[in-house]
Design a protein around this ligand. Structure first.
Ligand SMILES: [Zn+2]
Length: 228
């Protein structure tokens, strides 16, 4: 190497031609476009995934609700079956019961406790309700006789008891129940009658502008009650 020599040449990189510059810019643009496309694609993929999760979640919730609804329906059906069974059992017990005292109970045969005896005296309890009505309950089979209420005597075409607006009133059945009730109030018994504080029920009638007796309203309120 020589010193003091100022003629040393520095290698010169030739300036890129215009063509080359254009090519470089085009290349950069293409890379940028590709990157943008890639980012766009990723965003779309994420969106798709999000939608899929959302649908999955929705399906799971719908399935849960479906199961819940089926469970509720099943519970209702089961309840209906139990009530129907209970009604049938009750009806049978009332039918075979004499509602009377007496009879012999042995450890081998305790049927008389539920079928009633043959005494003149009835095994019933009479209870005077708050409005003065007398309700009678058999202490053997549990049947309760109360003044029949008309709203309980509406039936559909199949003979099933329904709400008044869904059926027709069966006067014969109503009168039969009333006769049975009147007979029950006359059952001879030496059991003493229990009672409530006595009240009279009245209500304001808009049409006549007068207070009217509301005993029927009170009875309708108790239409599905027994002394059990
Ligand atoms: Zn009875």
């Amino acid at each position: 190497m020589t010193t003091g020599n100022t003629n040393a040449t520095v290698p010169v990189i030739p300036a890129p031609s215009v063509d080359e510059q254009i090519k470089a810019i085009e290349l950069q643009e293409r890379v940028l476009a590709l990157e943008l496309k890639k980012a766009e694609l990723e965003a779309k993929l994420l969106e798709k995934q999000e939608r899929e999760y959302h649908i999955k979640d929705l399906k799971a919730r719908l399935a849960d609700r479906d199961i819940q609804e089926k469970q509720i329906q099943e519970d209702r059906a089961q309840q209906g079956r139990t009530f129907a069974q209970q009604d049938a059992t009750d009806a049978y017990r009332y039918r075979i019961c004499t509602h009377k005292k007496g009879g012999i109970v042995t450890p081998r045969d305790m049927r008389v406790l539920t079928t009633g005896g043959n005494n003149i005296q009835y095994a019933v309890m009479k209870h005077q309700m708050i409005n003065g009505d007398i309700w009678v309950r058999c202490l053997r089979c549990g049947n309760t006789w109360a003044p029949p209420v008309e709203i309980n005597f509406f039936f559909d075409k199949a003979g099933k008891r329904v709400a008044p607006q869904d059926g027709t009133f069966d006067r014969a059945k109503f009168e039969q129940a009333r006769d049975q009730y009147l007979r029950a109030t006359m059952f001879e018994t030496n059991n003493s009658m229990s009672g409530s504080v006595q009240c009279r029920f009245s209500t304001f009638d808009v049409e006549s502008g007068k207070m009217v007796d509301a005993a029927d309203k009170y009875r309708e309120g108790l239409a599905s009650t027994t002394l059990r």
